[in-house]
Design a protein around this ligand. Structure first.
Ligand code: NAD
Length: 260
């Protein structure tokens, strides 16, 4: 990140009226949650093809394997705290600049930082909640974790239901949530500035959102540590850490105390 890139982004933000920020796993790595595709990320340690919706629904063995992984990954999400990047987005909202955050993240950190739930569109669900697929009873993921820690291998709904409990995340191979997808596309097409933060932009249909925004006439900014396939569409590219860039931008927007 160079000072001039941050200045340019701060200028775009201060001139914009309706900003949509699109976040990926990169906005939460500085909170200690590894992303999927960076070296050392989750996919270096697990085979994604094993953790599909079809495998989860298809057999008890598939669900057992899923929860075995979930038992180890949930504590990472549970102990993570929002970082200056999440907090900067809350400031942007308080300044009346932010229409919404569209996130691929499942970690609940935007809400925990203070963004109202109705300002966060979760395209891939939320890992802090779970639900019975038969009777739709809601479960806190925290409670499921207690069961797993106590030796339960495949959590099932309380009697008499006994239905399959599934976390409220969208698994590979599972249909996207229709309402969230439509709402994201609508907001992307209605904004004047669309800022991607910390996403490899390779997971579809989420990765169409910047293209919808651009197609409808918005200015597109991509803040990411590494290249993305949509870099050639961006009006401004900022190579830098999500937390550092967002905090510096917001800092430039805040009125400074006048020395007397
Ligand atoms: P990804 O892992 O494919 O890509 C993350 C991108 O962020 C990479 O391009 C990387 O270079 C960049 N990055 C990493 N740290 C950064 C930082 N500090 N500042 C700026 N950029 C940084 O993630 P994705 O595009 O979000 O797609 C992966 C899928 O994984 C998503 O659908 C999401 O559901 C899921 N996921 C979520 C979490 C989470 O909730 N925190 C974590 C891992 C994966």
């Amino acid at each position: 990140m160079t000072p001039s890139e941050v200045d340019r982004l701060a200028g775009l933000v201060s001139r914009a009226d309706r900003i949509v920020v699109f976040t990926g796993a990169g906005v939460s790595t500085e909170s200690g949650i590894p992303d999927f595709r960076s070296p050392g990320g989750v996919w270096d340690r697990f085979d994604p093809s094993e953790f599909t919706f079809q495998n989860f629904m298809g057999s008890e063995a598939g669900r057992r394997r899923y929860w075995e992984l979930g038992r180890t990954t949930f504590p990472v999400i549970r102990r993570a705290e929002p970082n200056p990047g999440h907090h900067a987005l809350v400031t942007l909202w308080r300044l009346g600049k932010l229409d919404c955050v569209i996130t691929q993240n499942i970690d609940n950190l935007h809400q925990r930082a203070g963004l109202p739930a109705d300002r966060v569109i979760e395209l891939h669900g939320n890992a802090t909640r779970a639900r019975c697929l038969a009777c739709e009873t809601a479960y806190e993921r925290e409670r499921i974790q207690e069961w797993l820690d106590a030796g339960v291998e495949v959590p099932m709904c309380d009697p008499p239901c006994g239905g399959i409990i599934k976390p409220r995340t969208i698994m590979f191979g599972e249909a996207m949530p229709r309402v969230e997808l439509e709402e994201s596309e609508r907001r992307a097409r209605a904004c004047d500035l669309f800022v991607v933060v910390g996403s490899s932009l390779v997971v579809y249909p989420a990765a169409y959102m910047p293209l919808h925004a651009k197609d409808a006439g918005a200015t597109l900014v991509i803040v990411n540590l590494t290249e993305t396939p949509h870099d050639n569409q961006a009006d401004l590219l900022v190579r830098g850490s999500a937390a550092g860039v967002l905090a510096s931008v917001v800092d430039r927007l805040q009125p400074r105390p006048v020395a007397r």
